[in-house]
Design a protein around this ligand. Structure first.
Ligand SMILES: [Zn+2]
Ligand SMILES: [Zn+2]
Length: 235
């Protein structure tokens, strides 16, 4: 555990190893590397990660299947919406799963355990990775000198995921019609908002974005086309 110097002038109360934490460990926490609050916060973040991952994975799937319609008239197919790269990176092979798996590997090495089994695709692996880390978190906080960097890594990962999942674009409070993006043959139809000052909006549901006058005109044209089609169906 922590080294206790023999020279009393160097004696300092042990502090938590998590970067930026620096809490002094309580007497009841003697023999730990990371403090109890960090353990609790890490457990909570780990518990939330599988649901956050599922939401990002769903968003990524929607982005892959989404197309803008209209804008060119006469049924011309427009290219897919540029995906938000952060989302694809987090659900991809180098994302959440890989980052959790790196922590598992270092813990297994420290414990002298065999390497982790193959856990399948990121979507399949994340719940297993989270379970392993949760089950061994108490050991890590007490027995793994480098646990601080992992507490920090989980905090960052959780922060990146929840920032995207909870990101409701705020582009003002003027209603500018419904989202005209078609996803898997269904209209998104989420309410879009903008401010009166800029040609800028984004859909809170499918995350499509329109920026600048040209894209704004395409958005308008697509919305009008849908209204016209709806009127045609009703007539
Ligand atoms: Zn701490
Ligand atoms: Zn939308």
């Amino acid at each position: 555990m922590h080294d206790h110097p023999t020279d009393l002038t160097e004696y300092e109360w042990p502090v938590c190893v998590t970067p930026g934490c620096g809490r002094q460990l309580w007497v009841s926490e003697a023999g730990r590397w990371a403090c109890r609050p960090d353990e609790d916060a890490t457990a909570k973040r780990l518990a939330e990660l599988p649901a956050l991952f599922r939401q990002l994975d769903t968003t990524a799937a929607l982005m892959r299947g989404a197309r803008r319609i209209g804008g060119g008239g006469s049924g011309s197919k427009n290219p897919p919406i540029p995906p938000r790269l952060e989302v694809l990176a987090l659900v991809g092979p180098g994302g959440v799963a890989a980052r959790l798996s790196a922590i598992e590997d270092s813990w297994r090495t420290a414990l002298g355990w065999t390497v982790a089994p193959w856990r399948g695709s990121p979507a399949e692996a994340v719940p297993h990775l989270v379970k392993f880390l949760t089950d061994n978190l108490l050991w890590a906080c007490g027995g793994y000198e480098s646990v601080g960097q992992d507490v920090e890594a989980v905090r960052k990962l959780h922060g990146e995921c929840s920032a995207i999942v909870n990101d409701k674009p705020k582009y003002g409070n003027v209603k500018i019609g419904l989202c005209p993006v078609v996803i898997e043959d269904r209209l998104c139809a989420e309410q879009l908002y903008a401010s009166a000052r800029s040609f800028k909006t984004a859909c809170p549901a499918c995350r499509s974005r329109w920026e600048g006058e040209e894209e704004w005109r395409q958005l308008r044209a697509a919305q009008e086309q849908i209204l016209a089609e709806a009127a045609g169906v009703a007539a």
